[in-house]
Design a protein around this ligand. Structure first.
Ligand SMILES: [Mg+2]
Length: 375
């Protein structure tokens, strides 16, 4: 059996969890001579990045054609050899390798008839606790408090994560006193035991002092962690912040490579290491990062905010380590989670089951892929 076809498919879709913005991904479809299909994804986010990654993937496709899909690591080595000039340190090339790696894992599982979690050595648990991960975008913060309270109280999520400084009219992340009042109201709405995480959007420019003030004030309301409070390169800022607060600090989601994570963990500034398989080396990259996370006794947190393909890959990775606190799901129905696959991922009573079907355990609906293809 050999790989006979590599399709790079840029898609665009409306994301209700991001105030109805248009988001873009690069999907990847591998097919073997026996007609087995594997799917991968790159979280390119922007149409120009999806198109660029598609061009690179089409250019590198000959590295895969004619190969046995079970020669996964050998194929990866050749992909890295071929793309050495434009994948070092990450960037568009890293998106391409990530998507291909996820598709190769899916293909391997489907060929062998076992789930990816089994290929990884077996899931440590059959289900993961799930929080609702979304952005605040309504001008009325009372509305946002009620909405997020309902995710916990009515829908059963174990907690919430809220992005500040995102699209829409909520304008969180600008006035400290207003932000703190919002967090206080949220804690009351979700109850004392629910997980609460606040996440700084990249558009917010905070000084280290701002980050310290906010984190300390939020932590009065039992913050599980503060995510990306500073730009990832600000190592000294993270050190100052960490010396002043007790809650966990999350950073890492913008890293592209295992070496990037090695550096991050070497600095000792991240308690909760954000990782997206659709950006930083696929499932293979995730396994390497998990080893680093486990050695450092910190936490692995999947940044799974795109399609069901990445969700499946991220669940398998998250279930493979005891250094994972929770799994994040977008609470509002959205095309790339709810339309793309025959059985969309849903949390039940605050838990997500680890898929048991072969490969990633999902069936991608090709007509839906075509419908969202970026023209
Ligand atoms: Mg984040």
């Amino acid at each position: 059996m050999t790989i006979v076809r590599v399709d790079a498919i840029p898609v665009a879709y409306t994301e209700p969890n991001d105030c109805g913005s248009t988001r873009s991904l690069l999907l990847c479809r591998l097919e073997t001579s026996d007609g087995v299909v594997g799917w991968g994804e790159a979280i390119t986010q922007f149409p120009e990045a999806s198109r660029s990654a598609a061009v690179l993937m089409e250019g590198i496709a000959d590295t895969l054609i004619g190969r046995d899909p079970l020669d996964h690591l050998a194929i990866l080595a050749d992909l890295h050899k071929r793309s050495w000039w434009y994948t070092y340190g990450g960037g568009i090339g890293a998106f391409v390798v990530s998507a291909l790696d996820i598709a190769l894992w899916d293909l391997r599982g489907k060929v062998l008839g076992v789930p990816v979690s089994t290929l990884l050595g077996g899931a440590l648990r059959r289900e993961l606790p799930v929080i609702a991960s979304t952005h605040a975008f309504n001008a009325s913060l009372d509305f946002e408090v009620q909405r997020h309270g309902a995710y916990v109280k009515n829908d059963g999520y174990k907690g919430i994560k809220i992005g500040m400084g995102k699209r829409g009219e909520a304008h969180l992340g600008y006035e400290i006193a207003r932000d703190v009042a919002f967090v206080a109201d949220l804690r009351e709405a979700i109850g004392p035991d629910a997980i609460l995480i606040m996440d700084r959007g990249q558009s917010l420019v905070w000084s280290v002092a701002d980050a310290i003030r906010r984190t300390r004030a939020f932590d009065e309301y039992q913050l599980a962690w503060m995510e990306e409070p500073l730009e990832p390169y600000d190592v000294e800022g993270f050190r100052r912040l960490r010396s002043q607060v007790t809650c966990l600090i999350g950073t890492g989601e913008r890293e592209f490579t295992v070496r990037g994570y090695q550096r991050l963990l070497g600095e000792g500034i991240s308690d909760v290491v954000g990782f997206d398989p659709a950006r930083a080396g696929g499932i293979t990259g995730g396994l390497e990062v998990i080893k680093l996370v486990e050695a450092a006794n910190v936490w692995f947190n999947a940044h799974a905010w795109s399609s069901a393909i990445t969700t499946a890959a991220s669940i398998a990775l998250s279930a493979s380590t005891s250094r994972c606190l929770l799994f994040e799901m977008k609470p509002l129905a959205n095309p790339m989670q709810n339309e793309l696959v025959t059985s969309p991922f849903v949390q039940r009573d605050g838990f997500m089951e680890v898929p048991t079907g072969p490969g990633l355990g999902i069936e991608v609906i090709e007509s839906v892929v075509e419908h969202y293809r970026l023209r």
